[in-house]
Structure formats: structure tokens, C-alpha cells
Design a protein around this ligand. Structure first.
Ligand SMILES: Nc1ncnc2c1ncn2[C@@H]1O[C@H](COP(=O)(O)OP(=O)(O)OP(=O)(O)O)[C@@H](O)[C@H]1O
Ligand SMILES: [Mg+2]
Length: 252
């Protein structure tokens, strides 16, 4: 079982879209996929059509080291959803010795259940992000193809170095350029910079102002909402690239 956290503390980097769409792509390929929503915004849950109760989230696991809750099954993948109440864990965890490793320890009990676990982290550097990064074997970092996206990278690398002190194997397995607009010279220039600086870097995910909001509104992965579309093709290519890097092994 590979556990990957999608991490970039900058807001709006496309973390949640990446978790949802790659998670669905791997589930479609026959892998046993678990998504964990660690963001109190609960966008991942909402964008998969799941309106959860607090008892369905990782809250009790984080604060009491309770066993993980039974996941919901949607679109052929499993999801442990979030609610706004998960924000309470952010405040409580500093007072709980070893609390930030509860998620890692409990996920470790599910090694045989899944091929791939993708964790969606919130746009902050608190205890929830720390829990997500300590549970992970590696990170996926989505980077918007803007100056702001590039400008956020040193802080991402600094945080990963800090987390590595507590999780020595932690590394960035894959960077993926997001919200790319090939018609804008600024985006093309930034993509060139990313290609020079980041390895391994995936092919860009194009900014599609109609498809993404529509898929969110329908509570569906993009590839389920518009199978066979250019957006779907791009997501499949990203999944191909990531699969080659993380070696998921034999399909279920
Ligand atoms: N390829 C895309 N084309 C168009 N819009 C996109 C694309 N990818 C993401 N978005 C939009 O950008 C916004 C941010 O995306 P998303 O929520 O996935 O990022 P995030 O990093 O999870 O954000 P947060 O930091 O708030 O958790 C969303 O409104 C989403 O619809
Ligand atoms: Mg998000």
C-alpha cells in the first residue's frame, strides 16, 4: 500500500482536484483506492457528492487514536470524508502527546486493504497537514503555473525538510503543474521554469473554467463527468506518469 499526501500549503493549488481525479483514475484501473479528506473545508467530500456526519471523519482517530471509521464507497473508490468539525482537531492536537502520528498508525493497520491511499491536506501548516505528511510515504505537490505558484515552492521545500526530521523517508515523488493556460505567455514562461527546477515534473493540467466547476457542482470526478474529453485524456496521462513513478504493482 502506497500512501501519498497531496501537499502545498498555498491555497487553491489544485490539491483537492488532483486527489479526486487521480484517485478516480487509479480506481478505474482496478487499484483499490482510499481517499482521506483531512481538510475541514471538506471540498473533496463535497466534490464526490458525500455529505458526511462528524462520526464518519478521522476526527476520533486524530484526537483519541480510535480505529479509522468505515469509509464511504463512491465512484469505485473509498473515501473517509471530512466535515468542518475536523477543524477542532487542529486546536486539540498540540495538547495530545503523539497525536500527530495517530493517522499514520491507524492507516498502517490497513496495509492489505488498499493499493493506494491519497490524502488531501488543508492549505495551512498546522497539525492536520503535519498528520497528513507523517502518514505519507511520499508527497505529490501540485504547482499552479503562475509566479505565485513558483514563489510558494521554497516554503514547500522548507516544510518538507522539517517534516522529514519526523518522517525520515518523506520525499516529493512528483510535482504536477496545474491550472495551466497555454494561451498566456506568463504561464508558458513559468512552465519552462518549473521544467528547469523540478524533477520529476508531470505534464501540465490545463485550466478549464467550465469543466472543473461543473464537475464539482455535480459531485463527480472530471473523468466521470466527461469521459473521453480532453480533460479526461489529460488526467489519464497524469495517472500514467504517476503510476510509472510509484510502481503500484499488480492490479486487484
Ligand atoms: N484545471 C482546472 N481548471 C479550472 N479550474 C480549476 C482547475 N483545477 C482547479 N481548479 C479550480 O481552482 C480552485 C482550487 O482548486 P482546488 O480546490 O482543487 O485546490 P486546493 O489546493 O485543494 O485548494 P485549497 O487550498 O482551498 O484546499 C477550485 O475552485 C477549482 O475548481
Ligand atoms: Mg483543497
Amino acid at each position: 500500500m502506497k500512501i501519498l499526501t497531496v501537499f502545498n500549503h498555498a491555497g487553491g493549488a489544485a490539491k483537492t482536484s488532483t486527489v479526486r481525479d487521480l484517485g478516480y483514475a487509479f480506481a478505474q484501473r482496478g487499484f483499490r483506492v482510499l481517499l482521506v479528506d483531512l481538510d475541514p473545508q471538506a471540498n473533496l467530500s463535497t466534490w464526490l457528492g458525500v455529505d458526511a456526519e462528524p462520526s464518519q471523519t478521522v476526527y476520533q482517530t486524530l484526537v483519541e487514536n480510535a480505529p479509522l471509521p468505515a469509509p464511504s464507497t463512491v465512484f469505485g473508490l473509498d473515501l473517509i470524508p471530512s466535515t468542518l468539525g475536523l477543524a477542532k482537531a487542529e486546536a486539540q492536537l498540540p495538547g495530545i502527546i503523539g497525536g500527530v502520528t495517530h493517522l499514520r498508525d491507524r492507516l498502517g493497520e490497513w496495509t492489505d486493504r488498499y493499493d493506494l491511499v491519497l490524502i488531501d491536506s488543508p492549505p495551512s501548516l498546522g497539525q492536520l497537514s503535519l498528520s497528513a505528511c507523517l502518514a505519507a510515504g511520499a508527497l505529490i505537490v501540485p504547482v499552479p503555473t503562475t509566479h505565485k505558484g513558483v514563489g510558494g515552492l521554497p516554503a514547500v521545500h522548507e516544510m518538507v525538510a522539517t517534516y522529514r526530521k519526523l518522517n525520515p523517508g518523506l520525499h516529493i515523488a512528483w510535482y504536477v503543474p496545474t491550472q495551466y493556460n497555454a494561451n498566456t505567455s506568463h504561464h508558458r514562461e513559468v512552465l519552462d521554469v518549473l521544467r528547469e527546477r523540478l524533477t520529476p515534473l508531470g505534464s501540465p493540467i490545463t485550466y478549464r473554467p467550465a469543466v472543473y466547476p461543473d464537475a464539482h457542482a455535480q459531485g463527480m470526478p472530471v473523468s466521470a463527468y466527461q469521459p473521453g474529453s480532453a480533460a479526461d485524456t489529460e488526467i489519464q496521462r497524469a495517472a500514467d506518469e504517476l503510476e510509472a513513478i510509484i510502481h503500484l504493482g499488480v492490479q486487484a
